[in-house]
Design a protein around this ligand. Structure first.
Ligand code: ZN
Ligand code: ZN
Length: 263
């Protein structure tokens, strides 16, 4: 995964404080989840509240907006086209993107639940849906060497207790049988959350935020995140991964804003 032992040691020494904590020992959370499942065999759909054993009922799993999307940045298009106007002006650093649905009502509630609802299991389940969507809608995408989540800063990870993008990535990776690694892209500092900033400040907020170890030269990576709005986060993350040696970075997000925003 890393180019050499020396570099790997140097890197892990330098950025040990940024590495995600070891996953909690199998047990407590899993035990609580299985107890909840046993007590509540018929839950409710998170979108329509009808009884459903799965987090989304089968109708809500299928009722996504019928969209043509820009193959490069996953922006919604009104007609089938080779790309969107934004990508025609300036191509993003990533080579392609996929979104499961729109970052708009009612699906935006899912983003809030996996981010603030202390529900990593829901994020993993939605990652499985994203994996199924990728298999169906991007059949030409070759398996990546690694599935990589957009990282949280150490402080935010500590406060939230999990990274929703890593939980999504785990669900996707398991569904597709691809390897995942949450140590290939790290976030150095705890700036204001992108979602709280005006679009014009989002690019500068992220400058220098990400760091990556030297990667196997030419490695194909799939970057996973919960939401893409302006695309700045994916852009900055992809640039850092490409500078670290990746040959090709593609992006899979659960939700994408349906209107264009400046990058
Ligand atoms: Zn439903
Ligand atoms: Zn585009």
């Amino acid at each position: 995964m890393l180019q050499g032992q020396g570099e790997a040691k140097h890197y892990s020494d330098m950025y040990a404080h940024l590495l995600p904590p070891a996953p909690p020992r199998a047990g407590h959370r899993a035990w609580l989840a299985s107890l909840a499942a046993a007590l509540l065999p018929a839950g409710r759909c998170r979108l329509c509240a009808l009884p459903s054993r799965a987090p989304l009922c089968s109708a809500c799993q299928c009722e996504r907006p019928a969209r043509w999307r820009c193959p490069r940045c996953a922006l919604a298009l009104s007609t089938p086209a080779a790309g969107c106007g934004s990508c025609a002006l300036r191509l993003p650093a990533f080579a392609g993107a996929l979104a499961w649905s729109d970052y708009a009502p009612p699906w935006d509630r899912l983003a809030a639940q996996i981010k603030f609802g202390d529900d990593p299991a829901l994020a993993r389940w939605l990652g499985m849906l994203l994996g199924q969507c990728l298999r169906a809608e991007r059949p030409g995408w070759a398996p990546p060497r690694w599935v990589v989540p957009v990282p949280l800063s150490p402080g935010r990870l500590r406060r939230r207790g999990y990274n929703q993008a890593w939980e999504l990535a785990r669900g996707l990776a398991r569904e597709l049988g691809w390897p995942g690694d949450c140590r290939l892209l790290l976030r150095r500092r705890d700036g204001p959350a992108q979602s709280t900033l005006p679009l014009a400040r989002r690019a500068t907020n992220l400058r220098g935020a990400f760091v990556a170890p030297p990667l196997a030269r030419g490695a194909r990576l799939l970057l996973v995140d919960d939401v893409m709005t302006s695309g700045n986060t994916a852009e900055q993350a992809a640039r850092v991964l490409l500078r670290a040696g990746a040959g090709d970075v593609r992006v899979a997000v659960l939700l994408r804003t349906p209107v264009s925003a400046p990058r």
